[in-house]
Design a protein around this ligand. Structure first.
Ligand SMILES: Nc1ncnc2c1ncn2[C@@H]1O[C@H](COP(=O)(O)OP(=O)(O)OP(=O)(O)O)[C@@H](O)[C@H]1O
Ligand SMILES: [Mg+2]
Length: 384
């Protein structure tokens, strides 16, 4: 097992900066997800960790030893790529034990390790098959099993689930979490899928354009994003953003948007002193907007533009005059396009960002997720 430190690491390709000033500490046994959109530098970062790419500047340390000059083969790392390559002419068993065989490891020990890995991955019945006799998900598990048999210090996984169908992705995702609990090998997992990141990570590192924007637990990056980019990337549907104003009246903060002023709860503070009033980007998640069907007298109202039923819930695009918002309603609400509905924003979950820099302005440390008393969700009754 291993702890990893990435210190002021840059990677340039000619004039193009793929990774700039990356700093990231990964504790022994931790499962870290590198999350970001396509082209943000995730694979490049992982390849530098693996030793397949050299940093243009900065240090990569494994267990406090600088490994910049240590070749990939000597880093004791197992990497699973998106396009995992199995040997097509070998059975699953021979694919799994290929590494131990060429390293001439003890046969009995290999058999024992094989037995464990095969049991964990549910591959017992498949050992004599060839890769072309397996489904995509089964092949994926063989590729993972082969990496596990290495018992590496460090697991590096680059979008390993992206070519599985949705059901299988969910299944293998859960399997990976269980595996990691069983064998807590330090893991860096790259994905652009925020659901994978939220469900699997001990810690998420969010990257955009080669830069690390935030590192935190899944709940931290969801509840308390450091900037607008993180806020809109994490969570589905993406957080709504509206132009607004942050102001103070009699010492209490309030947010004005859609021609309505919403007083903020007393726990809300500013991250740093700001001259008020201040133009802001107001952020609110679909799940923090309560919908009252037919309530034309609500503080904020809008006309339903698009209805997307999902079964248990409905996503609505609501036209509020100058702005449109994505909102969520329970699936049992019978809502139709063209209908007018009332909207209520949960003031505990309003976000404010600097419209220019995107920086978060509100200090949310006073709000505690465990304190349900403060999280007075808006009660909504349905008038059919
Ligand atoms: N060998 C290379 N030569 C030149 N540019 C490169 C090279 N490898 C990567 N890049 C560029 O560096 C940037 C980061 O690439 P990288 O592959 O790390 O992105 P990524 O986050 O893994 O994206 P994706 O989710 O699409 O896999 C991209 O703009 C890419 O075009
Ligand atoms: Mg990539």
């Amino acid at each position: 097992m291993a702890a990893v430190a990435i210190e002021q690491v840059w990677r340039r390709f000619g004039p193009h900066v793929a990774v700039s000033d990356l700093n990231l500490n990964i504790a022994d046994g931790e499962f870290v997800v590198l999350l970001g959109p396509s082209g943000c530098g995730k694979t490049t970062s992982l390849r530098m960790l693996a030793g397949l790419e050299r940093p243009s500047a900065g240090l990569i340390k494994i267990d406090d030893a600088v490994v910049n000059d240590v070749p990939a083969g000597k880093r004791d790392i197992a990497m699973v790529f998106q396009s995992y390559a199995l040997y097509p002419h070998m059975s699953v068993r021979r694919n799994l034990t290929f590494g131990p065989r060429i390293r001439r490891e003890d046969k009995a020990a290999t058999e024992r390790a094989l037995g464990e890995v095969v049991a964990v991955l549910g591959l017992e019945a498949l050992l004599d098959r060839r890769p072309n006799q397996l489904s995509g998900g089964q092949r994926q598990r063989v590729a993972l099993g082969r990496a596990m048999l290495r018992r590496p210090k460090l697991f590096l996984l680059d979008e390993p689930l992206s070519n599985l169908d949705a059901a299988l992705r969910g299944q293998v995702r859960a399997e990976l979490v269980r595996l990691h609990r069983q064998f807590p090998i330090t893991t860096v997992y790259v994905t652009h899928d925020q659901v994978e990141a939220m469900t699997m990570a001990d810690k998420i590192a969010v990257m955009f354009h080669g830069r690390l924007h935030q590192v935190g637990t899944p709940q931290q990056v969801f509840d308390d994003p450091d900037n607008r980019a993180v806020a809109t990337f994490i969570g589905s549907p993406p957080m709504n953003m509206l132009p607004g104003t942050l102001s103070a009246e009699d010492g209490s903060l309030g947010i004005t948007c859609l021609e309505t002023t919403i007083p903020l709860p007393a726990w809300v503070a500013l991250r740093k002193p700001q001259p008020l009033p201040l133009p802001i980007s107001v952020g609110i998640r679909a799940t923090d907007i309560a919908i009252t069907p037919g309530a034309a007298d609500a503080m904020i109202s809008g006309r339903i533009d698009v209805v997307e039923p999902m079964g248990a819930e409905i996503f609505l695009t609501i036209d509020c005059g100058s702005q449109s918002l994505i909102c969520r309603a329970p699936g049992r609400f019978r809502l139709r396009a063209g209908e007018t509905v009332g909207l209520a924003f949960d003031a505990n979950h309003l976000y404010a960002f600097d419209p220019e820099t995107g920086e978060a302005l509100i200090d949310r440390s006073g709000w505690s997720a465990g304190d349900l008393q403060r999280d007075h969700r808006l009660e909504v009754t349905h008038h059919a």
